[in-house]
Design a binder for this molecule. Structure first.
Ligand code: FCB
Length: 468
């Protein structure tokens, strides 16, 4: 256990944990829920490790009270969850399904009774299959459908919500879903991913517009951002690093904060991102109240022609598979630095990169408050013979990242909250249940919950900041 400098976190700092609907709820046929693209994808053989699906997951839908008690015990100030669009509009359009509204209403009330601020994410990847059948995020109409849906949930819950998040990680929706194909809907086409990027952002903007007419709450968007570094100062490496950084970070930050798409990416994608017009960019670039940032790991990239050189410089390049479409398009490959520890996802651990990232966002884009809406790690957890989960790797990961956050605050970044991913072990998308991110262990056979050592340590940290 490390001694953390907690003095930089004010009394109203939002310590929290995060989850997402498809990853924890299960109960896919209850409450007149419709199908989502993740139901279809996870039930398609070969898409998810072990053929796992979210059919049952943590059965959170039926164990809401028990999970609320866990949050109360942890002492968090806030809880970030997502609303399953197909519970609210089973096929993605039309009038709201009351059972779906009632479920999230009970969740919100249960949080408020325990003095926990609910922070709902309106879209965390479970697009109604009915909309995918009409083109999903490839088509502009989905942006308008998203705004309608955002209006419905704002009307239903808005009297009790002070902070909303429109989208979670549009990069993953667009690029993992429509180009790399490892997430639902599992398509592989660069031009479609470019369109999806624009339609997601437009959906965010249209939702903002709609929501502003219904609520005075704070509204933000969550992006997965990172630090992207070239493997060497060779021009080819710095060029691919610039493009990869552009595709991950700037293609979202520029339109949101500068009402334009980055010129190098526009050029790379043949002159346009989606069919973006000036009007669209005005909608996307409306004022938000905070930026949500999900941070997990920094990246290092190499130009494919320099792979051998990178290897001889002691960098580890995984070229066991054919490059995915995005790497092939940029002529890039991901590189691991020797000696840098990695999580059970194989993601490099470097907490200082979080400080670096936040300072960059602050300097290049905005001094709006930033909420770390996800941070955490998968570890090789197990229940020991005494029935405990001693996840010291995760404790170390969380401590070092909380310290990195404190360092960013000391450098002038306004950070308003931190949400550990995740409260519970859960369905980790294409990895199914094979990767555990929770600070609470889930025994999937019995649905028993066991708070891990990281849960107890996080509880101590939260309590210590309250006393400070
Ligand atoms: C993020 C997702 C979240 C979870 C973590 C590990 O990209 O938003 O649902 O899977 O990664």
């Amino acid at each position: 256990m490390t001694n953390l400098e907690l003095g930089n976190f004010g009394q109203d700092f939002l310590w929290g944990t995060a989850t997402a609907s498809y990853q924890i709820e299960g109960a896919i046929a209850e409450g007149s829920r419709g199908r989502s693209i993740w139901d279809t994808f996870s039930h398609t053989p070969g898409k998810v490790i072990n053929g796992d699906t979210g059919d049952v997951a943590c059965d959170h839908y039926n164990r809401l009270d028990e999970d609320l008690e866990l949050l109360a015990d942890l002492g968090v100030a806030a809880y970030r969850f997502s609303i399953a669009w197909p519970r609210i509009q089973p096929d993605g359009t039309g009038s709201p399904n009351q059972d779906g509204i009632d479920f999230y209403s009970r969740l919100v009330d249960g949080l408020l009774e325990r003095n926990i601020t609910p922070v709902p994410t309106i879209y965390h990847w479970d697009l109604p299959q009915g909309l995918q059948d009409k083109g999903g995020w490839k088509v502009r109409d989905t942006s308008y459908r998203f705004a309608d849906y955002a209006g419905i949930v704002t009307e239903a819950l808005g009297d009790r919500i002070t902070q909303w998040i429109t989208l979670n990680e549009p990069w993953c929706s667009a690029w993992l879903g429509y180009a790399i194909g490892v997430h639902a809907p599992g398509e592989k086409n660069i031009a479609d991913a470019v369109s999806a990027t624009h339609h997601l952002l437009l959906g965010h903007g249209l939702a903002l517009q709609k929501m502003r007419t219904l609520t005075d709450a704070q509204i933000g968007i969550t992006l997965n951002l990172s630090v992207v570094r070239p493997a060497s100062q060779d021009q080819a490496d710095t060029d691919v690093a610039r493009l990869v950084d552009g595709n991950l970070n700037r293609i979202f930050l520029d339109p949101i904060f500068k009402k334009s798409y980055p010129a190098d990416l526009v050029e790379h994608y043949g002159g346009t991102i989606g069919e973006a017009t000036k009007e669209d960019l005005d909608i996307i670039g409306q004022k938000i109240d905070f930026l949500g940032v999900n941070f997990y790991f920094p990246s290092t990239v190499v130009a494919r022609q320099n792979i051998d050189k990178a290897r001889s410089n002691g960098l580890y390049v995984d070229t066991s598979n054919e490059p995915n479409l995005v790497d092939a398009d940029f002529g890039s490959a991901g590189v691991h630095r020797m000696g840098v520890k990695r999580t059970a996802m194989d993601w490099e651990i470097e907490a200082g990169a979080l400080t670096e990232l936040l300072v960059r966002v602050h300097d290049d884009y905005s001094n709006l408050p930033i909420m770390i809406t996800e941070n955490g790690c998968a570890a090789h957890d197990y229940v020991n013979p005494s029935g405990e989960v001693i996840d010291d790797d995760r404790v170390e990961y969380l401590e070092s990242h909380i310290q990195a956050l404190s360092n960013a605050i000391a450098k002038g970044v306004d950070v308003s909250g931190y949400f550990v991913w995740s409260l519970l072990d859960n369905f980790e998308w294409a990895y199914g249940y094979s990767r555990r991110f929770g600070i609470v262990w889930i025994d999937y056979e019995t649905q028993r919950r066991i708070p891990k050592r990281s849960f107890h340590r996080y509880k101590e940290i939260i309590a210590a900041t309250k006393e400070a």
